[in-house]
Design a protein around this ligand. Structure first.
Ligand code: GCV
Length: 690
């Protein structure tokens, strides 16, 4: 009996040692050697920097590192310089970022040489779509880490503080320096004093890590909570209300970042309700925060129930306002003209608004890319976006250069990512979704970084030090784990495009939570531009949205030669073909296949790719702890179901129009279209229980 108890205790101890729940993210370095730190200054941030160095140091035993805060014109914002003796920066945050970079290189094996590392963007912000009741719009990793409902909703517990600190640390380690704490579909209660008290508590924890807090503001707040009759931006009482609110916020949070606003979009209030423009609305808030150094991020995600192509509407509305915004307003533009689809061409607003600061908005949470079920590494998608050439100021006017201040004189530069973080132990639901949080930070810091390098770093930081079997040699690990897992990540986004929306298809997902296929969904009561048939336009003659000169002419919003390239079916990249063109089913593709066959081949390729991911992961079992291995394995099974459903649903649905056979050299669908369609809105979401 005694032996049994001892064995049981031993089992529990070993088990807890090996337990890997993913909570530690990419921050696992444990020092084995000592370091001598020289730093004349002191501050809470520098304390953290020193602590991190001591905790994570992997260099020579007893080495001396000098941390010095002094002005160097070559260093921008919170950038830093590696010198022969240590790290130099203009401010404490730069030192902290330098420390994280140094520690990262020690794990990844990248050399530490004299160089300056400047951030691409001044503000690198996470947008949390967290509601005050703790739910998260498009959140797939549990409830909010900031908000909850119930009697203790505003009580700040020790547990809260620990979590917020861990969150701040993770952000700082990849250079993220801002967080919008609530949903853009915001509640006016956000700006009530009792809520602001909690915001202050969060800001106090995030501050030493260099993470500023921002809030999404409801435009109608003056009338909703301020007792005013109107929220008209030109009304003196409204102007005063926002000024007073800003004063109150800054008295509590002196480094408050500013506001994010979704106005006159998807039912949200806005200046147009009073016959005013987006510039009037944005400038109202900008003037209120200006005395304190705050900024306003004003979203360009707008479209109405007009007959105009939805892809054209943001450009039509915002371009005429170019130059009319205050210099502390930044227009936040989604990467593509529709809505975070698996693949979109870049939004034509990039580079077109030359006298206004513009910031890209990326979506880290996988609303249209498989939630926290499908493994999709998004960095390759963002890299494709940054590299897109707008030609606005000649060849090489990439989106990256149009937004980071390289081409246009922007008072402020910024970038936002819609967060995928929740209360799940591993923060993001899917272990591999952590890589998207990581990649967003790395690309926000350096928009020229290559996805492969980011994946390489993330895998090493996340898995290397926890390899369960110490007898595994480094070479063995590299060949049998790092390489195949990296390849899987690098292929994963294209795979998702293949099994969801290849060749320029977009917005053909299920209306239920945007997971799974739904190209058929078109209730008559529904707004047309919310239904997939509006976007794919399939009929007996062909498929695709004609956005050429003979169609909606969305191509004309692009600068030449991009406009002509997209307009001409022969030069339009095939990855965007059905985004811009309506084509016959037997249109000849570059491969020699007909369009119909090519569609089938793409869906099938996506399906086969996911099968391959599953095999790859099964093979790497010896290199991963059991808990993380099983969790990812289970999700890959669900991802394969999803890929199968997409393949079967889309191929069989479009076949009703093409009336052509599915090529015989690929797997035939296993599902029945009627069944898939019948179950579409009833199918439960395949959440993985943790
Ligand atoms: C926060 C899409 C999403 C909405 C989101 C909106 C936006 O429509 O489905 O959940 O709302 O984009 O970005 O404002």
């Amino acid at each position: 009996m005694k032996i049994k108890i001892v064995l049981f205790i031993l089992f529990l101890t070993c088990h807890s040692l090996l337990a890997e729940d993913g909570h530690d993210l990419w921050l696992r370095s444990k020092s084995t050697t000592s370091i001598n730190i020289v730093c004349k200054e002191n501050s809470p941030t520098l304390e953290i920097a020193k602590q991190e160095l001591k905790q994570g140091w992997q260099g020579k035993n007893g080495e001396t590192i000098v941390l010095s805060v002094k002005n160097n014109k070559a260093i921008n914002h919170d950038g830093f310089k590696f010198t022969h003796e240590g790290i130099q920066a203009n401010n404490d945050f730069g030192i902290l970022y330098g420390v994280y970079e140094l520690l990262r290189r020690q794990v990844t094996g990248e050399p530490f040489k004299e160089e300056i590392c400047n951030p691409s963007y001044e503000h690198r912000v996470l947008n949390h779509w967290d509601n005050l009741d703790g739910s998260i719009e498009r959140g797939y990793a549990g409830h909010s880490i900031f908000w909850r409902k119930g009697n203790d909703a505003f009580i700040v517990t020790e547990k809260d503080k620990v979590l917020w600190q861990e969150y701040a640390r993770a952000n700082a380690s990849v250079g993220i320096n801002g967080a919008v704490l609530n949903n853009v579909n915001s509640s006016p209660n956000m700006l009530k004093t009792e809520t602001l008290n909690r915001v202050k508590a969060i800001a106090d924890i995030l501050r030493p890590y260099g993470v500023k807090v921002y809030l999404s503001a409801k435009f109608s707040s003056p009338s909703a909570i301020g007792g005013l009759k109107s929220s008209d931006p030109l009304n003196p009482e409204v102007i005063k209300w926002w000024q007073d609110k800003a004063k109150e916020i800054y008295s509590m949070i002196p480094d408050f970042g500013g506001f994010l606003v979704k106005a006159n979009s998807e039912g949200q209030a806005g200046p147009q309700d009073y016959g005013r423009t987006h510039a009037d609305g944005a400038n109202l808030l900008a003037d209120a925060v200006k005395p304190y150094g705050g900024i306003v991020m004003w979203r360009a995600f707008v479209y109405s129930t007009s007959n105009e192509d939805r892809a054209k509407q943001a450009y039509n509305e915002f371009l005429p306002l170019d130059g009319k915004f205050r210099d502390n307003v930044i227009i936040q533009v989604k990467n593509g003209p529709i809505d975070f689809q698996p693949r979109e061409p870049f939004s034509p607003l990039f580079g077109a608004m030359k006298r206004t600061s513009l910031m890209p908005e990326l979506q880290i949470t996988q609303e249209y890319l498989g939630h926290s079920v499908d493994m999709v590494y998004l960095s390759t998608m963002w890299e494709e976006f940054f590299k897109s050439d707008t030609y606005q100021e000649g060849k090489g006017s990439t989106v990256a250069r149009c937004t980071d201040g390289s081409i246009f004189q922007q008072k402020h530069t910024a970038i936002a990512g819609v967060s995928n973080i929740g209360l799940d132990t591993n923060w993001c639901g899917h272990l591999f979704a952590q890589s998207n949080w990581y990649a967003f930070g790395r690309l926000a810091w350096n928009n020229q970084m290559k996805s492969e390098k980011i994946a390489d770093e993330w895998i090493k930081l996340t898995f290397k030090q926890t390899s369960t079997d110490k007898s595994i040699s480094s070479n063995n690990w590299t060949v049998n784990f790092l390489k195949p897992v990296k390849q899987m990540m690098m292929d994963s986004r294209e795979a998702a495009v293949n099994y969801m929306m290849p060749l320029g298809f977009h917005h053909i997902m299920s209306a239920k939570e945007h997971y799974g296929p739904g190209p058929w969904w078109a209730p008559t009561r529904m707004r047309k531009d919310w239904t997939p048939p509006y976007f794919h336009q399939a009929d007996s003659l062909g498929v695709g949205f004609n956005r050429t000169k003979t169609g909606s002419n969305a191509v004309s919003q692009y600068h030449e030669p991009v406009a002509s390239m997209f307009n001409d079916v022969n030069s339009c990249p095939e990855i965007y073909l059905l985004w811009f063109h309506h084509l016959p089913w037997d249109f000849k593709m570059k491969s020699g296949h007909t369009l119909w066959d090519e569609i089938c081949y793409h869906y099938n390729t996506g399906l086969q790719q996911v099968k391959q991911f599953k095999k790859t992961w099964e093979k790497v079992q010896p290199y991963v702890d059991q808990e993380r291995f099983v969790d990812v394995k289970e999700r890959l099974v669900l991802q394969l179901n999803n890929a199968q459903l997409w393949n079967d649903g889309c191929v069989l649905y479009f076949q009703k129009f093409s009336k052509k056979p599915i090529p015989s050299d690929i797997e035939q669908p296993v599902g029945k279209l009627e069944e898939i369609m019948k179950n579409d809105m009833k199918r439960p979401m395949p959440w993985v229980k943790r």
